[in-house]
Write a protein that binds this ligand. Structure first.
Ligand SMILES: NC(=O)c1ccc[n+]([C@@H]2O[C@H](COP(=O)([O-])OP(=O)(O)OC[C@H]3O[C@@H](n4cnc5c(N)ncnc54)[C@H](OP(=O)(O)O)[C@@H]3O)[C@@H](O)[C@H]2O)c1
Length: 250
């Protein structure tokens, strides 16, 4: 049974991935730390949607999830990590404009949300993805939401130290994982993807100077990204894509 697993599914982008996958997959696991954020999702009566309250930075919880999947009839075809952090509600954590704004505690929080979760998910769930790809005879996709500002080659503006560093480190994890996957998880393609500036809580404080045509709705961003994700083959593994399928320099 063709299955997708979405992390960060209470977020603006993650939630829309769940909605999209409900129209294309037989089972969708929507993983979030905050189930109460799901009040607005249209509950389907088909039994397709599995809401999972889970902290993806907890190895214990990921291991339990992996054990739950073992031996059950889910062919995991897609895993997307849409968790991320740029600022928080307290206003104490905001992207740095200058080096004096850099704060060790905030840096650790941003790294935890943007970098740490992806290798932990891979450690516990990549075997299920590979098995799903093999069973369905289709490339199975592991995609992490990155950001263009994580590209070192594309950094012309500076600022945003923690967010940039966390996404650059995420990109390195994706590249490294793709190399291991080519040897050990041969049915998987491992990619990083940039959604474009999308209208969510994360981008909301930074939208003022974004021209309307460059501020995407989650629906638009997800339709575009899924067109890229669903086309990805094992030969595309280890690439960093933008929402429109163009490649971004690491
Ligand atoms: N929106 C944009 O314009 C834009 C642009 C470039 C890249 N991105 C990337 O796209 C991804 C999704 O962003 P979004 O716009 O959908 O943001 P969002 O609406 O703020 O959602 C972020 C999600 O990340 C989860 N999260 C945050 N910190 C976490 C942590 N420490 N542990 C576990 N989960 C955590 C939140 O889950 P909880 O409910 O559990 O807190 C939430 O579901 C992020 O990786 C972001 O960097 C977004």
């Amino acid at each position: 049974m063709k299955t997708a697993i979405i992390f960060g599914s209470s977020g603006g982008i993650g939630h829309q991935f769940v909605e999209y996958c409900l129209t294309r997959y037989e089972h969708v696991f929507a993983c979030t730390r905050r189930l109460q954020r799901f009040k607005t999702i249209e509950r389907d009566n088909s039994g397709k949607l599995h809401l999972m309250q889970l902290d993806p930075s907890s190895e214990t919880e990921l291991q339990l999830f992996s054990e739950y999947l073992t031996g059950r009839d889910f062919d995991v075809q897609l895993i997307i990590n849409a968790c991320g952090l740029l600022h928080d509600e307290t206003q104490q954590l905001t992207p740095e404009k200058k080096i004096e704004d850099f704060n060790a505690e905030n840096f650790e929080k941003v790294i935890r949300a943007n970098t740490l979760i992806t290798p932990l998910i891979a450690k516990h769930l990549l075997l299920h993805l590979n098995k799903g790809g093999k069973a369905l005879k289709q490339t199975a996709i592991f995609a992490a939401l990155s950001a263009r500002v994580g590209s070192i080659g594309d950094n012309h503006l500076g600022g945003w130290y923690s967010y940039r560093a966390s996404k650059a480190a995420l990109n390195q994890v994706i590249k490294t994982l793709s190399i291991e996957a080519s040897r050990r998880f041969k049915h998987c393609s491992i990619i990083a993807i940039h959604p474009g500036t999308t209208d969510t809580n994360l981008s909301e404080p930074f939208q003022a100077n974004v021209p309307p045509e460059k501020l995407f709705t989650p629906e638009f961003a997800i339709d575009k990204m899924m067109a890229v994700i669903e086309q990805a083959s094992t030969e595309d593994s280890g690439k960093f894509y933008a929402w429109d399928g163009s490649l971004i320099e690491w």
